[in-house]
Design a protein around this ligand. Sequence first.
Ligand code: PDD
Length: 295
Amino acid sequence: MSIAYYNGDYLPLDQVRISPLDRGFLFGDSVYEVIPSYSGEFFLLSEHLERLARSLAAIRIRNPFDREGWRALLTDLLARNADPATPDLGVYLQVTRGVAPRDHAFPVDAQPTVLAMVSPIRPLPETIRVDGVAAVTAEDRRWGHCDIKATTLLANVLNRQDATERGAVEAVLLRDGQLTEGAASNVIVVLDGRVITPPLDASVLPGVTRSRVLDLARELGYPVEERGVSADELARAGEIWLTSSTREILPVTRLDDRTVGTGRPGPVWQAVHAAYQAAKPGAPVSEPLQSGGAA
Ligand code: PDD
C-alpha cells in the first residue's frame, strides 16, 4: 500500500479518512495538482507549485505551505514511496477549503485539508509509439474558469467516459467551433509545418507540459503559434498531440472516424517527444535528439 500525506500525517493510503463535511467532498470546493517525478526527482516542480498558488488564490483558499514547505512535504512523500519497481511516480495533491457544517458560503474559520498521494507513471507503450492513439471530438460544456485547476470535473469525467466508450483515449473539446483542450490534457496541432495551440485564456488550463513542449518545439526550430484553432483546422492537422504531466505527449492518429496525417505518429512529434524524454530527470545523457525522421 502506498503512503499518503493527509493533514500532517504520513499513513497508508487506505487508512486515510475524509470527513463527510469536507467541502472538497460536498462541493468540489478544492483545487489540485498532478506532479510527475522520474527516478525519484520531480520534473517541473516549481511550475506546478506556482500554478497551485494561482489556483488557490483564484478561489480564495489560504495556501497552507510556502514553496519550501511544499517541497519538503512532497520530497518526503516521494522518499517514503521509493520502490525500484516503480521509479516514476505522479504525485496527486489536493487542497480543499476544509471541514465545516454544510453551507454554500465560505466557512469563517475552516482549516484547508491537504491530501497528497502517489501513483506510478508508466513509460509510453511501444504500441502507442508506433500506432498513436484515438481521440474523439466533443462539445466543451464546462464552466467559464477552466484556467483554475479545480476538482469540480464532472463535465470532464463525462467527456472522458464518452471517449472511452467510443474506443478513444481522450475527448478533444470544441467551444463555438474553436478548439479548447482535452478532458484532461492540452491539445497541440501541427499544420503546414507550424506547431499551433490555443492561447492561454479562461477556456484552457495553463498546462505545465504544454508550456515545456512549446519551448522544446521552438528550440528545435519549429515555428510555434499560440492562437485560435478552428474545427476545420483541427480536421486538417497533419499531427495532433495531447499533453499532460502523466501521459506526457500522446500522438493522436485517429480523430473521430478520420485518420490524422499518415495514420502514424508524425515527424514533429518524434522530434519533440525525443527532446522531452531527454529533458526528464534520470534520462540517459547520450540519448540523441531526433529531428525529423520517419513517420
Ligand atoms: N490533468 N487540461 C486539463 C483539463 C487537465 O486536466 C490537464 C492535466 C491538462 C494538462 O496539464 P499539465 O500539463 O500541467 O499536467 C490540461 C491532470 C494530469 C489530471 O487531471 O490528472
